[in-house]
Ligand binder design. Structure first.
Ligand SMILES: *[C@@H]1O[C@H](CO)[C@@H](O)[C@H](O)[C@H]1NC(C)=O
Ligand SMILES: *[C@@H]1O[C@H](CO)[C@@H](O)[C@H](O)[C@H]1NC(C)=O
Ligand SMILES: *[C@@H]1O[C@H](CO)[C@@H](O)[C@H](O)[C@H]1NC(C)=O
Ligand SMILES: *[C@@H]1O[C@H](CO)[C@@H](O)[C@H](O)[C@H]1NC(C)=O
Length: 301
């Protein structure tokens, strides 16, 4: 009889519930600060009013959704150090006599938020097209795209050099201009369906070429992924030199983040990012922002 009771007790499931505060309700912004622009969540260190952002670089204008002093229009920020939004495109259109009719060569400045080289592609659309990312105030190239001479082999859904081509963004660059033009002067403008050359940065797998795009793309916008980080030193330096301003709070871990301001001059910029330690979730940049996840351990003996 005793043995049976013991066995029954052992068969009872032991349920242990560790910390129980759900991070869904956890704040994303500092106390008394709005954490949204419309339906876009703005987590600290970003903010929409003074005293709500870490520094001016992280100010988001809720009217324009523009990040302070940049050409970037925000659509989402994620706490893993990325944000999505859009950038202006470059284009150049011609008439039948091969005169330029309209064009834009945008200068893109992203303050301290580089274009992610792993998440985006530099893309050009047009037959006989040539485009490049160049440094602002210099003719030095960062990268470029060339599409086939003539307008044969166009295939909707593919971007393999016929009417459309793509190349990687070679490193994490923060300022550049986008130049688009025809290549041989023989084809763009000649046919009514191929009057312009377009060039833009777009998140991988977010642009599919359509033949009808050749004449209809001016000022369309595409998702672009930027990276974000904090400070101007590595994690170790940030923590050692100035613990008061070190931003990875309780239960979080720090990662170094580097990006390039000018590759030719080998000018790299150092910063850091924080993420919640294993078993925690929330905003690691806020005091007590990283909260324990609900962990249920079921032991069935
Ligand atoms: C809110 O989000 C939806 C879907 O993501 C989008 O279609 C809509 O335009 C957004 N509204 C505003 C006001 O930003
Ligand atoms: C925010 O953007 C709007 C619209 O572009 C502009 O009129 C306003 O001056 C901007 N506000 C600030 C504080 O920059
Ligand atoms: C705004 O951007 C321009 C161009 O990148 C830069 O020269 C200027 O210092 C920036 N201003 C601030 C306050 O960051
Ligand atoms: C495209 O956008 C730029 C910058 O806002 C503007 O100057 C230009 O007129 C626009 N072009 C067209 C055809 O809408």
């Amino acid at each position: 009889m005793k043995l049976m009771i013991l066995s029954f007790v052992l068969k009872v499931m032991i349920v242990i519930v560790l910390l129980s505060r759900s991070s869904n309700t956890a704040a994303q912004s500092l106390p008394n600060c709005p954490d949204k622009c419309g339906n876009v969540t703005i987590p600290y260190p970003f903010g929409t009013t003074e005293d709500c952002y870490l520094s001016r670089s992280y100010y988001v204008n809720c009217t324009s959704l523009q990040i302070y002093n940049t050409s970037f229009q925000l659509s989402s920020v994620s706490l893993d150090g990325y944000m999505r939004g859009s950038l202006p495109m470059g284009y150049r259109c011609y008439n039948k006599k091969h005169a330029k009719t309209r064009w834009l060569e945008p200068e893109i400045m992203l303050s301290r938020f580089p274009v992610s080289s792993t998440h985006n592609l530099f893309t050009t659309v047009g037959c006989d097209a040539r485009s490049s990312m160049k440094y602002i105030n210099s003719e030095n190239y960062i990268t470029g795209c060339l599409s086939m001479t003539g307008c044969t082999g166009l295939t909707d859904g593919s971007c393999l050099g016929m009417g459309c081509s793509q190349v990687p963004v070679p490193y994490k660059v923060t300022s550049f201009r986008i130049h688009a033009q025809d290549n041989t002067k023989r084809y763009v403008g000649k046919w009514s369906y191929n009057k312009c050359v377009y060039a833009f940065v777009v998140e991988k797998h977010h642009y599919w070429f359509r033949e009808t795009d050749l004449d209809t793309m001016v000022n369309r916008s595409f998702p672009v992924v930027l990276e974000w980080s904090l400070g101007s030193t590595s994690c170790v330096e940030a923590q050692k030199k100035n613990p008061e301003t070190y931003l990875c709070k309780e239960n979080s871990v720090c990662d170094d983040h580097t990006y390039t301001v000018d590759f030719i001059q080998s000018y790299h910029h150092q910063g850091y990012r924080c993420h919640c330690a294993q078993g925690y979730q929330g905003n690691p940049y806020l005091p007590n922002g990283c909260q324990g996840k609900i962990i249920i351990i079921v032991i069935n003996l």
